[in-house]
Structure formats: structure tokens, C-alpha cells
Design a protein around this ligand. Structure first.
Ligand SMILES: CC(=O)SCCNC(=O)CCNC(=O)[C@H](O)C(C)(C)COP(=O)(O)OP(=O)(O)OC[C@H]1O[C@@H](n2cnc3c(N)ncnc32)[C@H](O)[C@@H]1OP(=O)(O)O
Ligand SMILES: Nc1ncnc2c1ncn2[C@@H]1O[C@H](COP(=O)(O)OP(=O)(O)OP(=O)(O)O)[C@@H](O)[C@H]1O
Length: 855
């Protein structure tokens, strides 16, 4: 392959399109720079006319040059909002294709063109392209852009087609239209994200903006650019594997960068290590982590005694590259294999004579023990699952993107890694990969992408003075001006601090979340700021409710109005038809700067929000969250009342979602308290069925009495008799379990004059009686011996029996009366039922002239 390239676009390409020559000049200059640096360059065609043809001209001209440089067909990806017939988007695609096809035939170069829509762009993950055209004329999907731009290789071009900037600034895209939720209309939707996007295109190096109506370019193509360039190639690392390497040399030779090579050496350390060991691989996107993992797994399976390997990631699509390189490595080593795919065609199972590799979803993987566990994209998986995986396995690899198009959160590096570093029973091998694979370091388009989508936003650095402010609670609760944040370059710093807190704290952040924050009509941001001006707690809320009567009528029949999570839930699960008309605030996200969590800032922010809500006549504040003990406690301590728990665990986070609402108005309070009672009754039952695996600590918190509620236990005479015999040590637990359960339920549901039990006692009632666990499992969790637990439970039941004796006897008497009346009725007799009471307690039910019933 030639090392020099002449980046001249053949003017013949202009025969296929009605565009100005400036398009060629810009295209040549951009491609020459890209090839010389092994970077990407970007060209933006903005205008009403001619942009699809202009994109076709540059693509065709560049593909012609690149075909000589690469000596293989040039891969081109075209992405747009729609490919349906008779759409403008399709029309533009056809114009583009006509130019490319026409010129390719004439100039005799080969290319492979693929077209995708934004919604189908996930398919491009893990692929690599020479040239990419993205049509933003109608839609701007930030997630798709984040996903796509990183798949273009160095020496390649990214080409955007956009509306004229002055129109784009004031235009609503398709994404904007999806943000409309009643009672808001499109007029309420913001345009801040587009405006910032345009500004970033203008601010960054490596980006040319061509106006296709005026045929001008910014920057103007330079006269004296040398278009004869030395093509920069990726250099394979010239290193020898260590002398004592366990993995075959062929695999080391497959590494594309020195970082991959070194990562493989660290992987050997994991294989050789005794005891619990975790290898943590971190990198930005496109550093070749997934590929390396595939190579490494193949090596471990073929050359060591590792037999069963489990690979996990949020979605099977995420491990496509891993499996691709696993198979390539096996072919390299001459090992035969069988493959199984899921119904979408993703590889999920590979088997050889020596080992098997299986893909499992994270929550399932966390229950598995295997010889080697590989967790790819760990940042998008919830921390408790990552921890459970390490508890169950001795050799685990976690790989994680630090800044990415999604799953960029650093719950992984902040919470998970901090915890693991403290563990004495785990050997930790950490390795960070820096070198990008698809292009060389310091690529300007990567910089543009990170900046535009705030992928590398960081929370504020806190100095001594800031920390002092936090300690003394010298903080202000502010509603920032989103226009200032997004449209004024000066507001950028605060925006980055705000988003940075989410990036650090949340396990999943998408670029579209930033766009929702910027423009959604019902979303607002709030921030707690130190006196010194640093953002320490970030809050994003959505206004919900005030749903018109006719829509509520539809909701009754199952209609779910968009963007109204809490009202929808209150109608679906509680038939609360008065609720949707009320005015509420749903907290979409809240997070505190990771250096100063647990300093009361989150609670302070919620208090301030409640004040504002009251002042503005809101009825409630609510939220939904993945329930763990800490978070559940946080919400409850701040006056939020549980009203719902999801019936299934989230397959990625592995947590049940809980909805909580804090009433502001009296009317809301009444409805919420009723919903909470209903919820508790359901929970008491669900714990024995769908939620047997709910963390008992969470269940215990969810039962916390939030308002005064009455629940009287009822037993039949037979149940009462067995209960007494169990308490008197005649029966075993199992014989009276049904009756004990009713007693336990009464304890958790009734909030008036209940006896005080310790946390352990409550957990015992939850796990044994409500969740119906085996004694051994209860003992495991509570850290006690089974016989001790048996004794404790019997004592506890004795105590509860005394507490509820009156109710129980009364209910047994009522049951007796019912039976007596039934008997009279069965025999067609009339009679009198007499209840004999002794010291205020019912003792006997007598049917006069008929018979006596013992109680
Ligand atoms: C809808 C959703 O967004 S749900 C997801 C919520 N967000 C996250 O999970 C992101 C990561 N987590 C965070 O950012 C934070 O931990 C938050 C937002 C959950 C809480 O923010 P914080 O500022 O830490 O809250 P705050 O300090 O008021 O309370 C947290 C705990 O610290 C305790 N605490 C408060 N002040 C102090 C103090 N001075 N010293 C020690 N502990 C303290 C509180 O009692 C509370 O403990 P508890 O939950 O056991 O009752
Ligand atoms: N050793 C290698 N040889 C050739 N190509 C490689 C090699 N390693 C990675 N690649 C290619 O580089 C691209 C990025 O690799 P990979 O998907 O492993 O990166 P990643 O760090 O997991 O990031 P991403 O999130 O972008 O997938 C892929 O297209 C892959 O085919």
C-alpha cells in the first residue's frame, strides 16, 4: 500500500451534482489532514438546497482517493431519520447515492454503502467505517451521534447535512416533537440544545462548515495546503511477549496497540493468581477493550484449565466485538468451535473441546459461579450486581468505558472500585488503556464529540473553602437559567459541573438526557450551590399532573399520557382518579458531588424543593428509584411515602423500582396515605410470592409506618388453637405457620399501639413468616444459629399473641357465630345464638335449644 497519497478529487465528480467547486477544495483539505494525522475531520453542509449532492461529491471524491490508499473497498455509512419511500430524507439519500454510484462507475473505485436510520443505529456499534454521512435535516438524535461518530476510523471523514444554521437555531427536530407531553405543546419546547450544538461546531478545530445556498466555507479552504501527504498508518506494537508467557504468541501478535499488548500481560496475572482476583480494564471508547477480552478469553480457554467462562454486559449486542475477536483468535490458533445465536442473531454461546463461553444478562450472571467471569461495559451495570459477581467468583475481569455515549456513569469507578479497593480478600489488578485503535490520539473530532455531548463533564474541584461551606451548610438552592447554561459560553462551566455530578453518580447517562434537560417543556433543573459558587447537588425534576378531565377518563380505560409517570401509576395501581388532575413534581434525578455525599446536602435540596412546591401550590413531589437499603432510607427519611414496587427486577440494575410520593397538599396526603395502606397490604402478600427475593432490609423500610393505619388480625378458631399450641411449645412452627403469618402481617400493617420490636426481630418476621424462607437461609442472612432463631420466633409470637389477643379471640368468636348460624340455616331451624363473655373475652357461642360450640 502506498505511503504517500495525492488527495486530489477528480473534477469529473462535478458532472454528477450541481454544486460549487468549493466543495472539492474543502473535501480535499479535510481528507489530506485526516490521512496525514490518522485522525478524522468533519464537514458540515448547511443549507436548504444542494447538501445531499455536496455530501455525495465529497464522499465520492474521498472514496476514490481512499481506494488507492487502502487498496480495498471503502466502507460508507449513511444515517438519516427515515428511509421510507416518499420522504424527504429518502429523497436526499437517493440524491447522495446517485452521485456516489455514478462517479464510482466512472472513476472505477469500489465501495460498500450501508444506510441506517437513527433508531437502527445501534447496529453500528462495534463496526468501523471510512466515511460517514449523517443527515440532521429533520432530526438530531444525540444518542445516535454519540454512538456513530466514534465508529469512523482515522483518515476518514464525518459529513453532516443540516438545515441552514439560522433556521436550525429556531427549529424543532423530531426528537423535540417527542418531548411534547400534555398539557404542553410544541411551542413550549426549548431550542437550547441545537443552539449549543451549532456553537460547538463553530468552536472546534477540524470542522469545516459549508453553506450550500451561498457556497461559502468556514474556515475558507487554504490555497497553499499540500495535498500530497504522507499517510499515517497504525503501527502494530513491536514487542515480544514475556518469556514465561502462558498465552500463545499468536494472540500477542493480534494486538493492535501497545496498550492491548500490556493488557494481555495483566490478564495473564489474573489467570496465574491464587485466591479472589479482579482485573479492571478501563478506557475511553474505541480503545479495543472488547476485542482484547475476546482474544484473552480464547487464550485462557485453549491454554489453561479454565473451562466455563461467562460473559456479561447489559445487552448481547454489546459483546459482539468480544465474540468476533474470540472466534478470530480461535481460528488463529486452529481451534474448532460451535456457535449459538439468539433470535436477533447475536452470538451468545461458543463451545470448543476445551471450554465453553456463554453470554448471560447481568442479574443472571450475578448468581453464577464459573472459572472466569468477564463483565464488559461494567459502568452500565448496577454496583450491587458487580459486587455479587465478585462474591460468587474468584477470577473476574471488569472492563469499563470511562467516557462513553451511554453507561458513562462512574458509579462503577467511584462506588464499586472504592469498595473493592478496601477489600482485603480481593487482589486487584488495574489497567487503563489510553491509545485509541480506530484513530490516533488527540483526534479533534473526538474532542468535539466529548465537548458537545458533555461526555467528559466533571464535577467541580472542591477546595478547602468550598468544603468549609459544605460543612457549615452555607449553600443556596437555585433554579439555574438553562438559557445561560446552554447558550452563553460563560454558562458552560456550571453546566459541566451539573452534568458532571450525574456522570459521576449515575450508572447510566445518555447524551439525550442532556437534550431533555435543555429543551423538554416540563423539565427543570435545580442546584445546590456553595457560597463559593460550586454546584454540590444536582436536581432534575419534571412537572406532572394537571391532566384534563377527558384525558383522565381515557386513563381509566388504560390510556397512558406521555411524561406522567406518577399520575399514570396512581391510576393503574390505585384507581386514584382524583390524582392526575393534581399538580406534582417528579424528581427525575438527584445526585450529590461524590466527595461530599452524606453531609445532608441531598436532604437539604429536597427540603428546599418542597418549600418551592408549597409556595407554588403543588400537591405532591414524587420519584421512582431502584430500591436498595440506602436509597430507600434516604427517600423515607425525607418524607416520601412508598406507593408502589415493580413486580420484576430491572434486568440490568437488578433492583426493584419503588415509587414514593411526598404529599404537599392535604388532599394529596389523603390519597397518598390510602395508596400507601393498599401498597402495604399488597407488599405483605407479594413478599411470599413475587418478592421473595426482595432484600429484607428494603422490605422492612417499606413497611415503616408513614401514617396512622388500622389493621386487625383475623383467625378462625382452628388457627387460633394452633397458634396457641405453637406459642406453648406443643406444635412446631410449620403447623401454625398460616396463623403466625397473619400475626406478622398485623404487626407490619397496623400502626396503632404496636409492640416495639428490634430490627432483627422485624427481619425475622419478614424473612421467615412473610417471605417464607427456609430456616437455614434466614440464619445465613441474620447471622444466627437456627435453634436460636426458632426460639426467638416462638417468643416473638407469644408476645404478639398477647398484644393482639383480644382481636384474635373476637375474630374467632365471630367465626364461631357464623358457623352456628350456618348450622341453624342448614337444618332449617330458627334459634338464638348466644355469645358468653367472661372478663370481657368471648368464651363460648351457644345456640339455644340446639347445641353448644366450644371456642
Ligand atoms: C430519582 C433518583 O435519582 S434515585 C437515585 C438517587 N441518586 C443516586 O443514587 C446517585 C448517587 N447518590 C447520591 O448522589 C446521593 O447519595 C443521594 C442523592 C442519594 C443523597 O444525597 P446526600 O447529599 O448524600 O444526602 P444526605 O446527606 O442528605 O443523606 C444521605 C445520608 O447521609 C446521612 N447524613 C446526612 N448528614 C450527614 C452527616 N453530616 N454525616 C454523616 N451522615 C450524614 C443521612 O442521614 C442519610 O443517611 P440515611 O440515608 O441513612 O438516612
Ligand atoms: N487487535 C485488533 N486488531 C484489529 N482491529 C481491532 C483490534 N482491536 C480492536 N479492533 C477494532 O477496533 C474497534 C474498537 O474495538 P473495541 O470494540 O474492542 O473497542 P472498545 O474499547 O471495546 O470500545 P467500543 O466501546 O468502541 O466498542 C473495533 O472495530 C475492532 O474491530
Amino acid at each position: 500500500m502506498p505511503d504517500k497519497a495525492e488527495v486530489f478529487f477528480d473534477e469529473g465528480v462535478l458532472d454528477f451534482a450541481d454544486v460549487d467547486e468549493i466543495v472539492l477544495d474543502v473535501g480535499e483539505e479535510a481528507l489530506a489532514e485526516a490521512l496525514a494525522h490518522r485522525h478524522r475531520r468533519m464537514i458540515v453542509f448547511q443549507g436548504d438546497e444542494g447538501k445531499a449532492e455536496a455530501a455525495g461529491v465529497v464522499t465520492a471524491g474521498a472514496a476514490d482517493v481512499l481506494f488507492d490508499v487502502r487498496d480495498r473497498p471503502i466502507s460508507v455509512l449513511y444515517v438519516t431519520d427515515s428511509l421510507k419511500e416518499d420522504t424527504y430524507a429518502r429523497e436526499r439519500y437517493e440524491e447522495f447515492r446517485r452521485v456516489l454510484e455514478g462517479f464510482a462507475e466512472e472513476a472505477n473505485f469500489e465501495y460498500e454503502l450501508e444506510a441506517l436510520t437513527f433508531s437502527g443505529s445501534k447496529r453500528a456499534l462495534g463496526t468501523t467505517w471510512d466515511l460517514m454521512v449523517i443527515d440532521l435535516s429533520y432530526d438530531l438524535d444525540p444518542d445516535a451521534i454519540g454512538r456513530l461518530v466514534e465508529t469512523v476510523r482515522g483518515g476518514g471523514l464525518v459529513i453532516f447535512q443540516t438545515p441552514p444554521f439560522d433556521r436550525w437555531r429556531n427549529m424543532w427536530t423530531a426528537f423535540h416533537k417527542s418531548l411534547v407531553t400534555p398539557p404542553y405543546t410544541l411551542d413550549h419546547v426549548g431550542k437550547r440544545f441545537n443552539r449549543r450544538f451549532i456553537r460547538k461546531l463553530k468552536e472546534h478545530d477540524g470542522v469545516w462548515i459549508v453553506d450550500t445556498d451561498e457556497w461559502t466555507a468556514e474556515p475558507e479552504p487554504s490555497e497553499d495546503v499540500d495535498l500530497e501527504v504522507e499517510v499515517k498508518r497504525r503501527e502494530r506494537p513491536d514487542l515480544d511477549p514475556p518469556d514465561d508467557a502462558v498465552l500463545p504468541e499468536e494472540l500477542y501478535r493480534m494486538c493492535a496497540t501497545e496498550d492491548q499488548f500490556r493488557a494481555l500481560i495483566r490478564f495473564e496475572e489474573l489467570l496465574e493468581s491464587n485466591g479472589k482476583t479482579a482485573l479492571i480494564l478501563t478506557a475511553d471508547r474505541g480503545r479495543g477493550k472488547s476485542a482484547l477480552l475476546g482474544i484473552a478469553v480464547a487464550g485462557a480457554g485453549v491454554t489453561t484449565d479454565v473451562y466455563d467462562v461467562v460473559v456479561t454486559a447489559s445487552e448481547p449486542e454489546n459483546v459482539a466485538v468480544l465474540f468476533e475477536f474470540l472466534l478470530e483468535a480461535l481460528r488463529e490458533l486452529g481451534v474448532e468451535y460451535d456457535v449459538e445465536r439468539d433470535d436477533k442473531g447475536n452470538i451468545v454461546y461458543v463451545e470448543t473441546d476445551d471450554f465453553v463461553v456463554e453470554y448471560e444478562r447481568p442479574s443472571e450472571a450475578s448468581e453464577i459461579e464459573c472459572d472466569l467471569m468477564v463483565v464488559d461495559e461494567a459502568a452500565s451495570i448496577h454496583v450491587p450486581i458487580l459486587e455479587r459477581i465478585l462474591d460468587n467468583n474468584d477470577k473476574v475481569v471488569y472492563s469499563s468505558t470511562i467516557h462513553g455515549y451511554e453507561g458513562a456513569g462512574r458509579g462503577f469507578s467511584v462506588r464499586f472500585l472504592q469498595n473493592v479497593r478496601k477489600r482485603r480478600d480481593v487482589r486487584l489488578i488495574e489497567f487503563k488503556m489510553h491509545e485509541p485503535i480506530r484513530y490516533d490520539s488527540d483526534d479533534p473530532i473526538e474532542r468535539w464529540l466529548f465537548d458537545t455531548l458533555l461526555l467528559d463533564a466533571e464535577p467541580a474541584d472542591l477546595d478547602k473553602e468550598d468544603l468549609e461551606c459544605v460543612k457549615e451548610m452555607r449553600v443556596e438552592f437555585e433554579k439555574p437559567d438553562l438559557r445561560y447554561w446552554f447558550e452563553d459560553p460563560e454558562g458552560e462551566e456550571e453546566l459541566r459541573q451539573f452534568i458532571g455530578i450525574y456522570v459521576m453518580a449515575h450508572y447510566r447517562n445518555r447524551p439525550s438526557d442532556v437534550m431533555v434537560l435543555a429543551d423538554a417543556p416540563h423539565h427543570e433543573a435545580y442546584a445546590l450551590k456553595t457560597e463559593t459558587g460550586k454546584i454540590v447537588t444536582a436536581l432534575q425534576v419534571a412537572r406532572e399532573g394537571t391532566i384534563p378531565r377527558d384525558v383522565i377518563t381515557k386513563m381509566r380505560r388504560g390510556y397512558r399520557p406521555p411524561g406522567n409517570v406518577i399520575p399514570d401509576l396512581m391510576v393503574q395501581h390505585h384507581d386514584a382518579l382524583d390524582f392526575p388532575r393534581m399538580k406534582g413534581l417528579r424528581i427525575v434525578r438527584i445526585a450529590t458531588h461524590p466527595d461530599i455525599m452524606r453531609h445532608g446536602l441531598g436532604s437539604r435540596a429536597l427540603k428546599e424543593l418542597a418549600k418551592i412546591a408549597k409556595k407554588k401550590d403543588y400537591d405532591w413531589i414524587g420519584t421512582g428509584f431502584g430500591a436498595n437499603e440506602e436509597l430507600t432510607r434516604f427517600w423515607l427519611r425525607n418524607g416520601f411515602v412508598p406507593v408502589h414496587i415493580s413486580p420484576n427486577r430491572n434486568p440490568v440494575s437488578g433492583e426493584y423500582s419503588v415509587a414514593v410520593i411526598r404529599p404537599i397538599s392535604e388532599e394529596a396526603e389523603e390519597i397518598i396515605n390510602r395508596a400507601n395502606f393498599e401498597f402495604r397490604i399488597k407488599l405483605a402478600d407479594w413478599l411470599g410470592e413475587t418478592h421473595r427475593d426482595l432484600e429484607p432490609e428494603v422490605a422492612r423500610l417499606l413497611f415503616e409506618p408513614m401514617s396512622s393505619l388500622r389493621y386487625r388480625p383475623t383467625l378462625t378458631e382452628g388457627q387460633l388453637r394452633r397458634l396457641k399450641k405453637y406459642a406453648d411449645m406443643v406444635h412446631t412452627y410449620e403447623i401454625a405457620a398460616d396463623a403466625v403469618r397473619e400475626l406478622a402481617k398485623a404487626y407490619f400493617l397496623d400502626t396503632e399501639d404496636r409492640p416495639e420490636l428490634s430490627e432483627e426481630e422485624e427481619l425475622l418476621l419478614i424473612t421467615k413468616c412473610l417471605q417464607r424462607w427456609k430456616w437455614a437461609d434466614v440464619a445465613d442472612v441474620l447471622g444466627e444459629e437456627v435453634p436460636d432463631l426458632m426460639r426467638s420466633l416462638r417468643d416473638l409470637v407469644g408476645l404478639l399473641y398477647e398484644e393482639y389477643k383480644e382481636d384474635l379471640q373476637r375474630s374467632a368468636a365471630v367465626e364461631g357465630i357464623r358457623k352456628a348460624v350456618e348450622r341453624l340455616a342448614d337444618k332449617g331451624l330458627t334459634g338464638t345464638v348466644i355469645v358468653e363473655v367472661e372478663e370481657g373475652e368471648p368464651k363460648e357461642v351457644i345456640i339455644r335449644r340446639e347445641e353448644r360450640l366450644e371456642l
